[in-house]
Design a protein around this ligand. Structure first.
Ligand SMILES: *[C@@H]1O[C@H](CO)[C@@H](O)[C@H](O)[C@H]1NC(C)=O
Length: 429
């Protein structure tokens, strides 16, 4: 007993001394005040303003080196903030803000405008992205700022490289937040996540003209646990494109248009395996878009798309609001092939508004029909802007009408395809 008491007494004395000593150390140094401030509020850690690293912000001088230097400094400090101030326009060449050796929790505070160079000399060839964030843990981009790809020089052929870059790309990162900013006139996709987990995108906008080729709004690939909401996406291709390797994706309260709609795929190109599951798209409006909610797969692929819910979808003057296309073939000629990416468990609930071409188009694989499709509360009326239209189309599509629909969709086959067992590929996901 006695020795334990004595032991703990010694320990307490040692702790008291250690605390007192460390205080003395910190306060005696030049960093004393800073230390106290940090202690009081860890969130107010270091900030690094690109203007302090030599950026001109006049829209003409090349600010790439200043951004690199500011990032190198911010990268070393946990919870630091890299500031791109408002009132300035920064011309930045292709750049990578990279880990994996950066501290976590860095904030990229974007209140000014970043523009991309438009001369082919600034790009070289084969560059896949303009602004890249890779291998980071907890990275946030926020602010009222604008990222402008000045992409028109890329859109219609000409002097630029045939490989068109994505404007803003996150790769291999966990805990990504993108909020507040606008991304416009991208060379190709506006915002891409590849190999990321725990992604939140909200309160952003993308915009490019409806005829700017391949300018997807947000492109997801090999990413899990992604939520996209309260955003306005206008572009020349898919507003949101969900590619292979994605699961647990939630898109809600988004306005899409102009654009091609929200798409899962295209999947299975070049006989590849594709796996997508657990996708919810809810409370979304589409205006003047090519499709509304779409699943597109190439013949010859394998894998599956499963557990998808499209609900509370409002369409206005949309060519084809509901589409599954297992014969997707972008340009060129495609040969018929037996294997297919399986499509199963696709639910449509409360899809309303006007269409200009075809209300529902479900073109499923002959060798591997779509199964467990449900349609509930569908009310689609012909738009007054329509020039020619078709009724609902189904091919090898199996499932259930939960309610009466407008127009009546009597082409959906009930139950399960009899020969599925024999015809089905093994779902390899
Ligand atoms: C599906 O994804 C949502 C996020 O959108 C997640 O909350 C939910 O747990 C996932 N469900 C399954 C079965 O993984």
């Amino acid at each position: 007993m006695k020795s334990i008491k004595l032991g703990s007494f010694t320990l307490i004395i040692a702790i008291v001394f250690a605390v007192w000593f460390s205080k003395f150390e910190s306060c005696s140094g030049r960093q004393g005040r800073h230390w106290r401030k940090l202690k009081a509020s860890p969130a107010s850690a270091a900030t690094f303003n690109v203007l302090d690293f030599g950026a001109k912000g006049d829209g003409h001088a090349d600010d790439t080196k200043a951004f690199q230097a500011a990032w190198a400094a911010a990268c070393k400090v946990e919870s630091s903030t890299l500031v791109i101030p408002s009132g300035s326009v920064f011309l930045v060449k292709p750049i990578s803000f990279s880990g994996p050796n950066c501290a976590q929790n860095i904030v990229f505070q974007l209140d000014g405008k970043i523009i991309a160079p438009t001369s082919s000399a600034a790009w070289g060839s084969g560059i896949l992205q303009w602004l890249e964030f890779t291998k980071l843990s907890k990275i946030t981009i926020r602010g009222k700022g604008i990222i402008d790809g000045q992409g028109s020089v890329w859109w219609h052929g000409g002097k630029m490289s045939s490989t068109k870059p994505t404007a803003l790309r996150f790769y291999g990162s966990n805990g990504v937040v993108v909020t507040g900013i606008s991304i416009q006139n991208s060379q190709q996709t506006h915002l891409k996540f590849d190999g990321c987990t725990n992604v939140q995108v909200y309160g952003i906008s993308t915009s490019s003209p409806g005829d700017s080729p391949n300018t997807d709004g947000i492109h997801l690939q090999n990413s899990q646990d992604v939520v996209i909401y309260s955003s306005t996406l206008a572009c020349g291709d898919d507003c949101v494109s969900i590619q292979t390797g994605c699961s647990n994706i939630y898109v809600h309260d988004v306005d899409c248009g102009p654009g091609h709609g929200i798409s899962i795929g295209s999947l299975g190109k070049g006989k590849t395996k594709a796996c997508v599951s657990n996708v919810t798209v809810q409370d979304v409006t589409f205006e003047n878009t090519l499709t509304g909610v779409r699943i597109k797969t190439w013949q010859g692929g394998f894998g599956s798309v499963r557990d998808v819910m499209f609900s509370n979808i409002q369409v206005t003057d949309v060519e084809t609001p509901i589409m599954i296309d297992q014969y997707y073939c972008d340009g060129g000629k495609c040969k018929n092939a037996t294997p297919a990416v399986a499509v199963a468990g696709i639910n449509y609930l409360n899809v309303k508004g006007t269409y200009t071409k075809e209300p529902v188009h479900l073109a499923c694989s002959e060798s591997l029909p779509c199964t467990d499709i449900t349609l509930d509360t569908i009310e689609l009326k012909l738009s007054q802007k329509s020039k020619r239209s078709n009724g609902p189309f189904c091919w090898e599509a199996y499932g259930e009408l939960r309610t009466e629909t407008v127009p009546p969709i009597d082409c959906l086959e009930t139950g399960n395809p009899s020969k599925t067992g024999a015809r089905a590929n093994k779902d390899s996901c």
